[in-house]
Design a protein around this ligand. Structure first.
Ligand code: IPE
Ligand code: IPE
Ligand code: MG
Length: 238
């Protein structure tokens, strides 16, 4: 058993799955081939997280800004997502992954929305690992949608605006009920969050890695977890 398996993994790991395009470019392949390889990396990583006993894995799959890409690329990503969800529904009894979706799903195609809902409903009883898929997700958009729902509750007399606390507000977010991630990993070498989980990551440890997402393997997750264990988390204390 390696050293890392003896260290408790964080309960919640979040990953910005970045670098698919550069991976494809390096090989002279279309960007969509990079996304396909990225989907494989996701399967690998989710399985490994389950083996390690990680409770929550949150993955950034498509941002509110990613619509700026070509129709061809966006269409290719949506097709891969639909294929993955169909496969997940088929293998549900074997994999026992519980699915949740963060983001504004209303902009996705009706077919994809249906697959998301079905995956969420049919997996709700599994208790091994929960995968939170961020689809058409933007952190600012999530907060604005939460504020809208909260304002509607205030107007309906269901709650008192003066009594709002951070814990209460977090229940209006897509991540309601999910503990904050202890560790956020961004492969691809970019040093930014790109609108990922701004509310939930105020005290997360960020590990930026030079590997491109399609090449990401268990050994990379191990090294991110090792790095996490080297950090001194103070939460504002001493
Ligand atoms: C991440 O890889 C996948 C999505 C954002 C959907 P990219 O497609 O951003 O890959 P790079 O950053 O261009 O290499
Ligand atoms: C962040 O990656 C979004 C996802 C991985 C889904 P991007 O490639 O879109 O981020 P930027 O444009 O480099 O900031
Ligand atoms: Mg990118």
């Amino acid at each position: 058993m390696s050293q890392i398996e003896k260290l408790a993994p964080p309960r919640h790991i979040a990953i910005i799955m970045d670098g698919n395009g550069r991976w494809a470019k390096k090989r002279g392949l279309p960007r969509t081939a990079g996304h396909k390889a990225g989907a494989e990396a996701f399967r690998r990583t989710a399985n490994y997280c389950r083996t390690l006993g990680v409770e929550y894995l949150t993955v950034y799959a498509f941002s509110t800004e990613n619509w700026r890409r070509s129709e061809e690329e966006v269409g290719g990503i949506m097709k891969l997502l639909a294929a993955y969800l169909k496969e997940a529904l088929r293998d549900m009894q074997k994999n026992h992954v519980r699915f949740r979706f963060f983001g504004d799903l209303s902009r996705l195609s009706p077919d994809l929305q249906k697959l998301c809902l079905e995956a969420q409903e049919k997996s709700s009883e599994f208790d091994e690992v929960q995968v939170n898929f961020c689809l058409n997700y933007g952190g600012r958009d999530e907060i604005v949608r939460a504020v809208r729902r909260y304002a509607a509750d205030v107007l309906a007399g269901k709650c008192d605006a003066d009594a709002l606390t951070e814990d209460m507000f977090s229940l209006y977010l897509d991540s309601a009920g999910v503990p904050d991630p202890e560790l956020v990993i961004r492969p691809s070498g970019e040093l930014r969050t790109s609108n990922f989980l701004p509310w939930q990551t105020v005290y997360s440890e960020f590990v930026y890695m030079n590997v491109l997402w399609p090449d990401f393997g268990p050994e990379d997750l191990d090294s991110a977890i090792e790095e996490y264990h080297r950090r001194n988390r103070r939460f504002g204390g001493v």
